[in-house]
Design a protein around this ligand. Structure first.
Ligand code: CA
Length: 202
């Protein structure tokens, strides 16, 4: 994730100033930070189209090696415009997903209306596993994620066993899927606020 926002330079671009100022007000961020993120976005948009395609995001340096790259890009593009089969991700849409990773202030941790609250961070993680985007996670999806993480060279039977066990452990209502509530419950043990925050976005 960090690779998406890591590059910045300091030359300002007046062309986007009004929109950036409006976004800064909307998200209660400094204008400078928004404009730095804008520059990063513009560098991802390789042909200066004014929007990014999946291909642009898929070729972000450093992110290419992330086993979850397809999922990350998919989650970004769930916010994108779709017209005549073409998907366009605009800066404001990009920013909305990036801001999930903003460190959250103590008073906002449990505020679901804040994009960077704990529950919204957990929701992002949940969507990473929900490979068919249907809002629930099956055992096959857990297995799919395990394969993504460790690569195809590990004994499949062993991974199936791990997926099976993981499902049994979380599936309180025994419906053979991991609901968001069940996932959120196991994530209570995880310091999501720390792990899913990027300091630069503070
Ligand atoms: Ca699913």
């Amino acid at each position: 994730m960090g690779n998406l926002i890591s590059y910045c330079d300091d030359k300002s671009d007046l062309k986007f100033r009004d929109e950036d100022n409006a976004l800064a007000a909307k998200w209660q961020m400094s204008e400078k930070k928004v404009s730095l993120l804008r520059k990063r976005f513009n560098s991802i948009d390789r042909e200066a189209k004014g929007f990014s395609t999946r291909g642009d995001l898929l070729s972000v340096k450093g992110l290419v090696l992330n086993p979850f790259i397809d999922r990350i890009v998919e989650i970004f593009f769930q916010k994108a415009d779709r017209k005549e089969g073409e998907e366009k991700l605009y800066f404001s849409q990009f920013l909305e997903t990036v801001l999930i990773f903003r460190p959250v202030k103590e008073r906002d941790v449990n505020n679901p209306d804040k994009v960077n609250s704990r529950i919204n961070k957990v929701r992002f993680a949940y969507r990473m596993y929900d490979l068919d985007n249907d809002g629930s996670i099956s055992k096959d999806e857990i297995l799919g994620v395990l394969v993504m993480m460790v690569g195809p060279h590990v004994d499949k039977e062993q991974l199936e066993e791990i997926a099976e066990r993981a499902m049994r452990e979380v599936d309180d209502d025994a419906d053979n899927t991991m609901s968001f509530e069940e996932y959120a419950k196991i994530m209570e043990r995880v310091a999501v606020e720390e792990k899913m925050s990027i300091k630069f976005l503070e």
